[in-house]
Design a protein around this ligand. Structure first.
Ligand code: GLU
Length: 452
């Protein structure tokens, strides 16, 4: 059977790292199995779904290079849901209920006070036609519940192993609201069947939904088989739940702080699995390594510091060819890049935390810069001992060795003033690599305090 999976966000907010992790796991699973990845918008909640979130979700996925083979949205499928609910109603599997939210709340309170689980008592099933008519004449519109079989449901979960759940532990779920709009459960099953989804991979908050949805599947398309994998939800660094509504750790924020897409994916592909986190240099490598069976039931935590460390490692692995177009987009002249780009990238890549640091270092190396010039004594000797060009990575040692002899200054007292004079900063990439980039003219100007 062909592997077909889906990522099904509700467009009610921006994606956070927890949502993206599920998109990524689905995508990697599809790619690993030469399958398809469907992006489906669960937008039946018309009051909260917004087009701007649909667009933002697609932007985030594209930024992360999680591309979809097919796009769908539930609001296009209402007729299909209508015809299936019609059929389920005629078979007595959906039944009309007339209780108001207050009445339901009251029933639940009573059950709780008797120490009983607040499960719906199915009193709507006992209504006579004339009672229903009375409600309708009062202006009440029915909501519809799916009649559970109260059976023991089993499945072999790709992450949780054998799962058993008795649907008598819960109320018959409401699937159609009184205003005729659909809740998530039924449309999702209809779509999954329609798209021939082979594996539903989602958060463990959906485990009980899966039991209910398996009953619905059996009612709609007997004999259908969809496999499930429920992964534990990602938590924030201090163990807090992530939520779209509170905007926690949105991908947009990470993009704005110039974290590499590849770093985000490298981390999310491994969090919660038994394999350690790796700085991947391509999505292709990530696909090859992906194995859903390495995911465990332990709750993974997302830590920004870990992401930022990984970001440095990911950048270090990129070649100049990987990065040159982006340097150009950031405003660096192509002809300059052709001449100096390769050497520049090799010099700085091990010392940057994010891409914008690279642009800063380009400016430091090649543009006019105001630095902290050398003190007069040291300056005289530094000028006198500065080798003639051409320069290589050996020039630094040659210069500083002579300078040490001439001035009698050594160690940090020599190197720190030189670094500040050359770069304006007290840390950064190795000076032996930077010096040939800065060149003799600019070196002389910077150590003596001439800016241009
Ligand atoms: N729209 C649902 C959610 O965001 C999808 C769950 C599922 O994957 O079935 O939770």
């Amino acid at each position: 059977m062909k592997t077909i999976v889906r990522f099904a966000p509700s467009p009610t907010g921006y994606l956070h790292v927890g949502n993206i992790r599920l998109a990524l796991i689905n995508w990697l699973f599809a790619k690993k199995n030469n399958g398809q990845f469907i992006l489906r918008f669960d937008d039946t909640d018309t009051s909260r779904s917004q087009t701007k979130y649909v667009e933002a979700i697609k932007d985030d996925l594209l930024f992360l290079k999680i591309e979809w083979d097919k796009e769908a949205k539930q609001s296009d499928q209402i007729e299909k849901y209508d015809s299936i609910t019609q059929d389920l109603k005629s078979r007595g599997l959906l039944y009309a209920c007339y209780e108001t939210p207050e009445e339901l709340d009251f029933k639940r309170k009573i059950l709780r006070s008797q120490n009983k689980p607040p499960i719906y008592d199915r009193s709507a099933l006992k209504l006579t036609e004339s009672q229903k008519l009375t409600f309708q004449n009062e202006g009440r519109k029915p909501h519809w519940r799916f009649k559970l079989k109260n059976s023991e449901i089993y499945w072999s979960d790709l992450v949780r192993g054998d799962v058993k759940y008795n649907t008598s532990n819960q109320s018959d779920p409401v699937v159609v609201r009184a205003d005729g709009t659909y809740l998530y459960l039924l449309p999702s099953v209809v779509d999954d069947l329609n798209h021939n989804i082979s594996h539903v991979i989602r958060g463990e908050d959906h485990v009980t939904n899966s039991a209910v949805q398996l009953e619905m599947m059996e009612a709609i398309e007997p004999g259908s088989s969809i496999e499930f994998a429920h992964v534990p939800l990602l938590q924030g660094g201090s163990g807090e739940a992530l939520s779209k509504r509170t905007g926690s750790l949105s991908i947009m924020d990470l993009r704005n702080s110039s974290i590499e897409a590849l770093s985000i994916c490298s981390l999310l592909a491994r969090l919660g699995s038994s394999d350690s986190v790796e700085a991947y240099s391509s999505m292709q490598e990530m696909i090859l390594d992906f194995d859903i069976s390495t995911f465990s039931r332990a709750t993974p935590k997302f830590n920004l510091k870990e992401l930022s460390n990984l970001n440095s490692k990911v950048l270090q692995k990129l070649t100049f060819t990987d990065i040159s177009a982006r340097l150009e987009t950031a405003g660096i002249d192509k002809s300059d890049l052709d001449v100096k780009g390769q050497m520049f990238w090799e010099a700085i890549k091990s010392n940057i935390n994010n891409f914008s640091d690279a642009v800063n270092w380009w400016n430091i190396c090649f543009n006019p810069l105001s630095t902290i010039p050398l003190a007069q004594d040291l300056l005289t000797h530094a000028e006198a001992s500065l080798p003639m060009e051409p320069w290589s990575e050996k020039t630094w040692a040659e210069w500083t060795e002579n300078l040490k002899q001439l001035s009698g200054v050594k160690g940090k007292r020599l190197f720190l003033p030189l670094r500040k004079a050359l770069t304006g900063l007290d840390s950064g990439p190795e000076l032996k690599d930077l010096l040939p980039l800065i060149g003799r003219d600019n070196t002389l100007k910077r150590i003596s305090g001439q800016i241009t």
